[in-house]
Design a protein around this ligand. Structure first.
Ligand SMILES: Nc1ncnc2c1ncn2[C@@H]1O[C@H](COP(=O)(O)OP(=O)(O)OP(=O)(O)O)[C@@H](O)[C@H]1O
Length: 235
Protein backbone atom coordinates (compact mmCIF):
# COMPACT_ATOMS: atom_id res chain seq x y z
CA UNK A 1 0.00 0.00 0.00
CA UNK A 2 2.80 2.44 0.94
CA UNK A 3 6.33 2.13 -0.40
CA UNK A 4 9.09 4.42 0.82
CA UNK A 5 12.30 4.35 -1.16
CA UNK A 6 15.65 5.80 -0.10
CA UNK A 7 14.01 8.72 1.67
CA UNK A 8 16.40 11.45 2.84
CA UNK A 9 15.40 14.59 4.71
CA UNK A 10 17.68 17.23 6.16
CA UNK A 11 17.00 20.40 8.09
CA UNK A 12 20.02 22.52 7.22
CA UNK A 13 23.07 20.44 8.05
CA UNK A 14 21.09 18.03 10.23
CA UNK A 15 20.28 14.81 8.39
CA UNK A 16 17.05 13.64 10.00
CA UNK A 17 16.09 10.76 7.66
CA UNK A 18 18.93 8.77 6.13
CA UNK A 19 18.03 6.55 3.18
CA UNK A 20 14.88 5.16 4.73
CA UNK A 21 13.24 2.36 2.69
CA UNK A 22 10.03 0.71 3.92
CA UNK A 23 6.96 -1.23 2.80
CA UNK A 24 3.63 -1.01 4.62
CA UNK A 25 0.78 -3.35 3.67
CA UNK A 26 -2.98 -2.76 3.90
CA UNK A 27 -4.80 -4.30 6.86
CA UNK A 28 -1.92 -3.83 9.30
CA UNK A 29 -1.26 -1.74 12.36
CA UNK A 30 2.36 -0.60 12.44
CA UNK A 31 3.81 1.02 15.52
CA UNK A 32 6.61 3.51 14.90
CA UNK A 33 8.97 3.68 17.85
CA UNK A 34 12.41 5.12 18.54
CA UNK A 35 14.19 7.54 20.86
CA UNK A 36 13.29 11.24 20.95
CA UNK A 37 14.60 12.96 17.87
CA UNK A 38 14.92 9.72 15.85
CA UNK A 39 12.85 11.11 12.97
CA UNK A 40 9.42 9.55 13.60
CA UNK A 41 7.45 12.79 13.27
CA UNK A 42 9.52 13.85 10.27
CA UNK A 43 8.70 10.57 8.51
CA UNK A 44 5.01 11.22 9.19
CA UNK A 45 5.32 14.78 7.92
CA UNK A 46 6.88 13.54 4.67
CA UNK A 47 3.99 11.13 4.27
CA UNK A 48 1.48 13.93 4.80
CA UNK A 49 3.26 16.32 2.44
CA UNK A 50 4.00 18.68 5.35
CA UNK A 51 7.76 18.23 4.80
CA UNK A 52 9.40 17.75 1.42
CA UNK A 53 12.14 15.10 1.30
CA UNK A 54 15.51 16.01 -0.23
CA UNK A 55 15.58 12.77 -2.18
CA UNK A 56 13.83 9.43 -2.45
CA UNK A 57 10.20 8.60 -3.12
CA UNK A 58 6.96 7.78 -1.31
CA UNK A 59 4.33 5.81 -3.25
CA UNK A 60 0.74 5.19 -2.22
CA UNK A 61 -0.80 2.30 -4.17
CA UNK A 62 2.03 2.55 -6.69
CA UNK A 63 1.79 6.30 -7.34
CA UNK A 64 4.32 8.82 -6.11
CA UNK A 65 2.78 11.30 -3.66
CA UNK A 66 5.57 13.87 -3.79
CA UNK A 67 4.35 17.34 -4.75
CA UNK A 68 0.77 16.09 -4.99
CA UNK A 69 -2.26 16.96 -2.87
CA UNK A 70 -5.24 14.79 -3.79
CA UNK A 71 -3.80 11.70 -2.11
CA UNK A 72 -4.05 13.43 1.28
CA UNK A 73 -7.76 12.62 1.29
CA UNK A 74 -6.72 9.01 1.73
CA UNK A 75 -4.82 9.73 4.95
CA UNK A 76 -6.50 10.50 8.26
CA UNK A 77 -4.14 12.31 10.63
CA UNK A 78 -4.36 12.65 14.38
CA UNK A 79 -1.65 15.04 15.61
CA UNK A 80 0.02 14.72 18.98
CA UNK A 81 -1.38 18.12 19.93
CA UNK A 82 -4.33 19.32 17.89
CA UNK A 83 -4.39 23.06 17.30
CA UNK A 84 -7.81 24.56 16.70
CA UNK A 85 -9.19 28.10 16.59
CA UNK A 86 -9.82 28.78 20.28
CA UNK A 87 -13.12 30.53 19.70
CA UNK A 88 -14.74 27.86 17.59
CA UNK A 89 -17.18 25.47 19.21
CA UNK A 90 -16.75 21.70 18.80
CA UNK A 91 -19.86 21.69 16.60
CA UNK A 92 -18.38 24.38 14.33
CA UNK A 93 -15.04 22.58 13.97
CA UNK A 94 -16.78 19.34 12.96
CA UNK A 95 -19.11 21.19 10.57
CA UNK A 96 -16.18 23.10 9.05
CA UNK A 97 -14.23 19.91 8.35
CA UNK A 98 -17.33 18.22 6.98
CA UNK A 99 -17.85 21.23 4.72
CA UNK A 100 -14.27 21.17 3.41
CA UNK A 101 -14.69 17.47 2.64
CA UNK A 102 -18.10 17.74 0.97
CA UNK A 103 -17.09 15.02 -1.48
CA UNK A 104 -16.56 12.48 1.31
CA UNK A 105 -18.93 9.65 0.47
CA UNK A 106 -18.74 7.96 3.84
CA UNK A 107 -18.94 10.01 7.01
CA UNK A 108 -17.96 7.90 9.99
CA UNK A 109 -19.36 9.49 13.11
CA UNK A 110 -18.82 6.50 15.39
CA UNK A 111 -16.17 8.16 17.58
CA UNK A 112 -18.23 11.35 17.82
CA UNK A 113 -20.97 9.22 19.37
CA UNK A 114 -18.78 6.98 21.52
CA UNK A 115 -17.02 10.00 22.99
CA UNK A 116 -20.31 11.78 23.65
CA UNK A 117 -19.12 14.86 21.75
CA UNK A 118 -22.64 16.04 20.83
CA UNK A 119 -23.26 16.75 24.53
CA UNK A 120 -20.31 19.15 24.42
CA UNK A 121 -20.97 20.65 20.97
CA UNK A 122 -21.43 24.18 22.30
CA UNK A 123 -18.13 24.25 24.20
CA UNK A 124 -15.35 26.36 22.72
CA UNK A 125 -12.12 24.61 21.71
CA UNK A 126 -10.09 26.99 23.87
CA UNK A 127 -12.03 25.87 26.95
CA UNK A 128 -11.59 22.11 26.43
CA UNK A 129 -9.40 19.83 28.53
CA UNK A 130 -6.42 18.27 26.73
CA UNK A 131 -8.14 14.88 26.65
CA UNK A 132 -11.36 16.23 25.16
CA UNK A 133 -9.36 18.00 22.46
CA UNK A 134 -7.72 14.63 21.75
CA UNK A 135 -11.15 13.06 21.35
CA UNK A 136 -12.09 15.72 18.78
CA UNK A 137 -8.81 15.04 16.92
CA UNK A 138 -9.48 11.29 16.94
CA UNK A 139 -13.05 11.73 15.71
CA UNK A 140 -11.86 13.98 12.85
CA UNK A 141 -9.07 11.59 11.80
CA UNK A 142 -11.49 8.69 11.29
CA UNK A 143 -14.39 10.72 9.91
CA UNK A 144 -13.85 10.36 6.17
CA UNK A 145 -13.06 6.67 6.02
CA UNK A 146 -9.43 7.11 4.89
CA UNK A 147 -7.38 4.15 3.59
CA UNK A 148 -4.46 5.14 5.81
CA UNK A 149 -4.47 6.52 9.36
CA UNK A 150 -1.47 8.24 10.89
CA UNK A 151 -1.89 8.60 14.65
CA UNK A 152 0.77 10.47 16.62
CA UNK A 153 0.80 9.34 20.30
CA UNK A 154 -2.98 8.92 20.05
CA UNK A 155 -3.74 7.80 23.60
CA UNK A 156 -1.52 10.35 25.38
CA UNK A 157 -3.88 12.43 27.50
CA UNK A 158 -6.88 10.12 27.10
CA UNK A 159 -8.41 8.51 30.20
CA UNK A 160 -8.30 4.68 30.26
CA UNK A 161 -11.87 4.19 29.02
CA UNK A 162 -11.40 6.66 26.16
CA UNK A 163 -8.08 5.03 25.26
CA UNK A 164 -9.84 1.63 25.11
CA UNK A 165 -12.50 3.10 22.81
CA UNK A 166 -9.76 4.34 20.48
CA UNK A 167 -7.93 1.00 20.52
CA UNK A 168 -11.20 -0.75 19.67
CA UNK A 169 -11.73 1.62 16.77
CA UNK A 170 -8.17 1.07 15.50
CA UNK A 171 -8.68 -2.71 15.45
CA UNK A 172 -12.08 -2.36 13.79
CA UNK A 173 -10.70 -0.19 10.98
CA UNK A 174 -7.72 -2.52 10.52
CA UNK A 175 -10.15 -5.39 9.91
CA UNK A 176 -11.66 -3.33 7.09
CA UNK A 177 -8.24 -3.42 5.39
CA UNK A 178 -6.89 -0.04 6.43
CA UNK A 179 -3.25 0.66 7.15
CA UNK A 180 -2.77 2.30 10.54
CA UNK A 181 0.55 3.86 11.52
CA UNK A 182 0.90 4.79 15.17
CA UNK A 183 3.78 6.49 16.93
CA UNK A 184 3.93 5.45 20.57
CA UNK A 185 6.32 5.18 23.46
CA UNK A 186 4.03 2.87 25.46
CA UNK A 187 5.16 -0.69 24.75
CA UNK A 188 2.20 -2.43 26.43
CA UNK A 189 -0.08 -0.50 24.12
CA UNK A 190 2.03 -1.30 21.06
CA UNK A 191 1.75 -4.98 21.97
CA UNK A 192 -2.04 -4.72 22.26
CA UNK A 193 -2.82 -3.18 18.89
CA UNK A 194 0.15 -3.47 16.52
CA UNK A 195 1.10 -6.25 14.11
CA UNK A 196 4.50 -4.79 13.30
CA UNK A 197 7.04 -2.50 14.91
CA UNK A 198 9.18 -0.06 12.97
CA UNK A 199 12.07 1.27 15.01
CA UNK A 200 13.92 4.37 13.85
CA UNK A 201 17.22 5.31 15.44
CA UNK A 202 19.11 8.40 14.41
CA UNK A 203 17.19 8.70 11.13
CA UNK A 204 17.73 5.10 10.01
CA UNK A 205 15.60 1.96 10.21
CA UNK A 206 16.91 -0.11 13.12
CA UNK A 207 14.32 -2.83 12.49
CA UNK A 208 10.89 -3.37 10.95
CA UNK A 209 9.47 -6.69 12.11
CA UNK A 210 6.28 -8.39 13.20
CA UNK A 211 5.80 -8.55 16.97
CA UNK A 212 5.74 -12.36 16.81
CA UNK A 213 9.11 -12.40 15.04
CA UNK A 214 10.67 -9.91 17.47
CA UNK A 215 9.70 -12.13 20.41
CA UNK A 216 10.88 -15.25 18.63
CA UNK A 217 14.21 -13.71 17.63
CA UNK A 218 14.97 -12.62 21.17
CA UNK A 219 13.35 -15.50 23.02
CA UNK A 220 11.33 -13.03 25.06
CA UNK A 221 7.64 -13.15 25.97
CA UNK A 222 7.34 -9.44 26.58
CA UNK A 223 7.75 -6.98 23.74
CA UNK A 224 9.46 -4.38 25.92
CA UNK A 225 12.14 -6.94 26.87
CA UNK A 226 12.53 -8.06 23.26
CA UNK A 227 13.07 -4.49 22.11
CA UNK A 228 15.47 -3.72 24.96
CA UNK A 229 17.54 -6.76 23.98
CA UNK A 230 17.74 -5.66 20.34
CA UNK A 231 18.57 -2.07 21.27
CA UNK A 232 21.33 -3.30 23.61
CA UNK A 233 22.67 -5.67 20.95
CA UNK A 234 22.01 -8.69 23.18
CA UNK A 235 20.08 -10.82 20.72
N1 LIG B 1 11.33 22.07 11.35
C1 LIG B 1 12.51 21.65 11.83
N2 LIG B 1 13.62 22.40 11.69
C2 LIG B 1 14.82 21.98 12.15
N3 LIG B 1 15.02 20.79 12.77
C3 LIG B 1 13.95 19.99 12.93
C4 LIG B 1 12.64 20.37 12.47
N4 LIG B 1 11.78 19.37 12.76
C5 LIG B 1 12.51 18.41 13.39
N5 LIG B 1 13.81 18.78 13.48
C6 LIG B 1 14.88 17.97 14.08
O1 LIG B 1 14.86 16.70 13.45
C7 LIG B 1 15.17 15.66 14.38
C8 LIG B 1 14.06 14.62 14.34
O2 LIG B 1 12.90 15.19 14.87
P1 LIG B 1 11.49 14.42 14.91
O3 LIG B 1 10.50 15.37 15.48
O4 LIG B 1 11.21 13.82 13.59
O5 LIG B 1 11.83 13.26 15.98
P2 LIG B 1 10.86 12.23 16.71
O6 LIG B 1 11.45 10.89 16.51
O7 LIG B 1 9.46 12.42 16.27
O8 LIG B 1 11.03 12.66 18.24
P3 LIG B 1 10.01 12.61 19.52
O9 LIG B 1 9.99 11.18 20.01
O10 LIG B 1 10.71 13.50 20.50
O11 LIG B 1 8.66 13.14 19.10
C9 LIG B 1 15.36 16.35 15.73
O12 LIG B 1 16.75 16.52 15.94
C10 LIG B 1 14.67 17.69 15.55
O13 LIG B 1 15.26 18.68 16.34
Amino acid sequence: MITIENLCKSYGKLQVLKNVSLEFAAGKVVSIIGPNGAGKTTLGKCLLGMALPNSGDIRLNGESVLNKHAYRRQIGYMPQIGRYPENMKIRQVIEMVRDIRKDGKVVDEELIGLYGLPDMYEKRMGALSGGTKQKVSAALAFMFDPQVLLLDEPTAGLDPISAEILKGKILKEKKKGKLILITSHIMSEVEEVADEVLCLVDGSVKFHETIARLKQQTNEERLSRAIAKIMNGEN
